[in-house]
Ligand binder design. Structure first.
Ligand SMILES: Cc1ncc(COP(=O)(O)O)c(C=O)c1O
Length: 385
């Protein structure tokens, strides 16, 4: 790599980079100006911290079409949010329907409960692009089906699940959505899509810092909390309070991160989610068109350039994916990810297990020129030069 050229980050499915300066500035003001411990004391710093959390909750509720912000719970990432939902909603004997495209944040807790709590797990088959047929769902529901868990947009292939179609076929089951890759980019509306539990992470498409995420739980549904402790509310009781969201938020929260997440949401609102989606779509199309011209490259996942997420998985004849990522980084200054992307089930579904794929995932801050540089680098690697 020529030392004078800037490195290119194309690993936004792992975490978005860069974050908008707006987010860093908001976080800098917060850590400089207030003490960040909300709901514990009555002094002005504590009240200011409570306001930061309350305003973030309101923003998240509005963003995801949830009518009541007290149904928004903050966690440290989507993995924790999904674990709270999976452990907190399932009882022995429950039947769970999920897909062959899930991340280990879903598969590992489910496999654990299959062994230890006697739940039964049924995996909806996908086609070779990772798509499920939502008409399959009603055929597989039974009286014990408690949860349907769906990855909205695949972190491996960019395949999009049709949540509205799934929501209208869920029968008496609850619909849990892993929105790790879609939040901030794709439309997500709890009401319109009949979502009961929406889990999101803060550090990807929402432009917040790592250590942030959460879930939204439909009114009228309750789950067992995973952690208990001080909430700043009902301090006279030695039992965990029942009220939302306190029952799920024990311990001093990540006020700084949550403030950063709120700034990320404000940034998206200012730019417009559609504008972000449009730019990512444009870059993904440019990438896919270029990849189709490179000798030995196979793209795994949807061949269509529209209605897909920006994660693009590929393999190249004669090169391991680890080699590809290494050469891109060391010789061309291009940061991408190789392997199974914490989603072995998805790779089994698209027949790329166990070797995995090289994943390129453009984000809002990538440019056309960067995509062309990535394509030229892959072309060089393919030509063996
Ligand atoms: C679909 C999906 N689910 C879950 C996760 C886990 O996200 P986090 O590490 O923020 O909990 C990711 C992140 O890679 C993901 O892409």
């Amino acid at each position: 790599m020529d030392d004078s050229s800037s490195p290119i980050y194309i690993d936004n499915a792992a975490t978005s980079f860069p974050k908008p300066p707006w987010v860093a500035e908001a976080m800098h003001r917060l850590i400089r100006d207030i003490s960040l411990s909300p709901g514990r004391s009555a002094h002005r710093f504590s009240l200011a911290a409570s306001r930061v959390i309350f305003e973030a909750r309101e923003l998240v509720a509005g963003f995801f079409g949830c009518p009541n912000s007290s149904r928004v719970v903050f966690t440290s990432n989507v993995t924790e949010a999904l674990n709270v939902g999976i452990f907190g909603l399932l009882s022995p004997g429950d039947h769970v329907l999920t897909t062959g495209m899930e991340h280990n944040s879903v598969m590992r807790p489910l496999r654990h409960l299959e062994k230890t709590r006697g739940i039964t797990l049924e995996i909806l088959a996908t086609d070779s692009t990772g798509a499920i047929d939502s008409d399959d769902i009603p055929k597989r529901l039974n009286a014990k089906t408690r949860l349907i868990i769906i990855n909205h947009v695949s972190n491996v292939t960019g395949t999009v699940a049709d949540l509205a179609a799934i929501g209208s076929r869920k029968g008496g089951a609850l619909l849990m959505v892993d929105a790790a890759q879609s939040a901030g980019v794709f439309p997500l509306d709890m009401e319109a899509m009949s979502i009961d539990f929406l889990a999101f992470t803060g550090h990807k498409g929402l432009f917040g810092p790592t250590g942030t995420g959460g879930f939204l739980l439909r009114q009228g549904i309750m789950a067992q909390p995973l952690t208990m402790g001080g909430t700043g509310s009902n301090s006279e009781a030695e039992e965990q309070p029942q009220l939302m969201p306190d029952c799920f938020e024990s311990g001093t929260p990540n006020t700084l991160g949550i403030g950063g997440l709120a700034a990320g949401l404000e940034f998206i609102t200012k730019i417009g989610r559609e504008t972000i989606r449009h730019h990512e779509d444009h870059l993904t199309r440019l990438l896919l068109e270029g990849l189709s011209q490179i000798k030995g490259v196979t793209v795994h996942g949807p061949s269509a350039t529209a209605n897909r997420g920006s994660a693009v998985s590929l393999t190249m004849t004669g090169r391991s994916v680890a080699d590809l990522a290494f050469l891109l980084d060391r010789q061309h200054g291009i940061m991408a990810r190789a392997g199974l992307h914490c989603a072995p089930a998805a790779h089994r579904s698209i027949s790329t297990f166990p070797q995995g794929t090289l994943r390129l995932s453009p984000g809002f801050f990538n440019t056309d020129a960067e995509i062309l540089t990535v394509l030229a680098a892959l072309d060089q690697i393919s030509a063996g030069s």
